[in-house]
Design a protein around this ligand. Structure first.
Ligand SMILES: *Cc1c(COP(=O)(O)O)cnc(C)c1O
Length: 381
């Protein structure tokens, strides 16, 4: 089955009780048993819920995995992966990554004796150089956030496999419609379904997808033992969102390419970061490992000052100034003071994240309106 068909049908069967075509929201905490221990496979809703189960089956199918596990947020999904490690284990992570992921690794897991190293993974040799006998996990995010660098998933996972190290790809920015990390050799995929999978900025949810039974067993245990599960209504919303994932993401990527080209040609713009532009250093790898180039665009202004950036950030009318990404509506954000404020300034500057960097999440509006909106905002500087 092809992607769009799977997105719509995988995991979704008419409800056995009523024939309802859409998966019902099973808003229950427990299930009746005929006799002690005799039941229909559902005992208690932290452990099993049919709405969540449908979403998990769908996610496993669209990521080409065998099993998926849903959590109350993207961060709790990442936390479940981290809980597979032990004190003394080490992690090597992308240096340009989601601020909350950096925070979880440094402020939470360091306290439990799990050390993280951050490096520029666009050069796989940097990863190899940091590997030691304690390295257990590589944490890969690509395209990176907010610099939109491209990491060669296949090359990095190959190095990890040679050393017996687990690899996890945060696939939030690409979505499985664009990029399938498990097919490229990764062991684990993590999502903030809050973004493209949900797609309508109305739900917070996370997921972990694997193809190996031993990993699935550990994650199933942790999901139930720790209990950071999403509610059935949130699962329903994400399941509904995924039905249009391929339509939304394709349109958003096409809009993003037009916006990136417009900005690159604009005299008040100094640099545009978008992997779909031919002069982007990751263009060739992105062309190989992604279906389109994503719908995130970052740029800095000709006069690279916070003042000018602030004028543009508060000058747009269609782009809403807000954190997050991946919804049908376009958003504009300032990583240094918003999504990435939890990363120290000197660390941010090392990755090229300057104080004036502006990040766009391109939605599925008419691109002419998006470009006109940016044009009028750029007139303010
Ligand atoms: C938003 C985001 C997360 C965290 O997900 P939540 O659902 O907000 O907890 C993790 N990684 C990336 C790349 C994100 O954009």
């Amino acid at each position: 089955m092809r992607f769009g068909t799977k997105a719509i049908h995988a995991g979704v069967e008419p409800d056995p009780a009523t024939g309802a075509v859409m998966t019902p929201i099973y808003q229950t905490s427990t299930y009746a048993q005929e006799a002690p221990g005799v039941h229909k496979g559902y005992e208690y809703a932290r452990t099993q819920n049919p709405t969540r189960h449908a979403l998990e089956q769908n996610l496993a199918a669209i990521e080409n995995g065998t099993e998926a596990f849903c959590f109350g947020s993207g961060m709790s999904a990442m936390d479940a992966v981290m809980r597979m490690l032990n004190p003394g284990d080490e992690v090597i992570a992308t240096n340009d990554l989601y601020g909350g992921s950096y925070r979880l690794l440094t402020k939470v897991y360091e306290r439990f004796g799990v050390r993280s190293h951050f490096t520029d993974m666009t050069d796989p040799a940097n990863v190899e150089a940091l590997i030691n006998s304690n390295t257990r996990l590589l944490w890969i995010e690509t395209p990176t956030n907010p610099m939109l660098n491209i990491i060669d998933i296949e090359a990095v996972c190959k190095i990890a496999r040679q050393h017996g190290i687990l690899t996890c790809v945060d696939n939030t920015f690409a979505s499985p419609f664009l990029q399938m990390p498990l097919d490229l050799g990764a062991d684990i995929v993590v999502h903030s379904a809050t973004k493209y999978l949900g797609g309508h900025s109305d739900v917070v949810l996370g997921a972990v997808i694997v193809k190996d039974e031993a990993l699935a067993q550990q994650l199933r245990f942790l999901q139930n033992a720790v209990g950071a599960v999403p509610g059935p209504h949130d699962c329903f919303l994400v399941l509904r969102g995924i039905k249009t994932l391929h339509l939304r993401v394709e349109r958003a990527c096409k809009n993003a390419k037009k916006v990136a080209k417009f900005l690159a040609a604009h005299p008040k713009v100094q640099h545009v970061y978008y992997p779909g532009l031919k002069d982007h250093p990751g263009y060739m790898i992105a062309s190989r490992q992604m279906r389109f180039y994503g719908a995130m665009v970052s740029f800095i202004l000709q006069k690279d000052t916070v003042d000018d950036a602030m004028k543009v950030l508060s000058g747009t009318q269609i782009f809403t100034l807000a954190e997050s990404l991946g919804g049908v509506e376009s958003l504009i954000g300032h990583p240094a003071s918003m999504t990435h404020a939890s990363i120290p300034r000197e660390e941010r500057l090392k990755t090229g994240l300057s104080d004036s960097l502006i990040r766009l999440s391109i939605g599925v509006e008419d691109f002419e309106d998006l470009i006109e909106d940016l044009e009028q905002a750029l007139r303010l500087v």
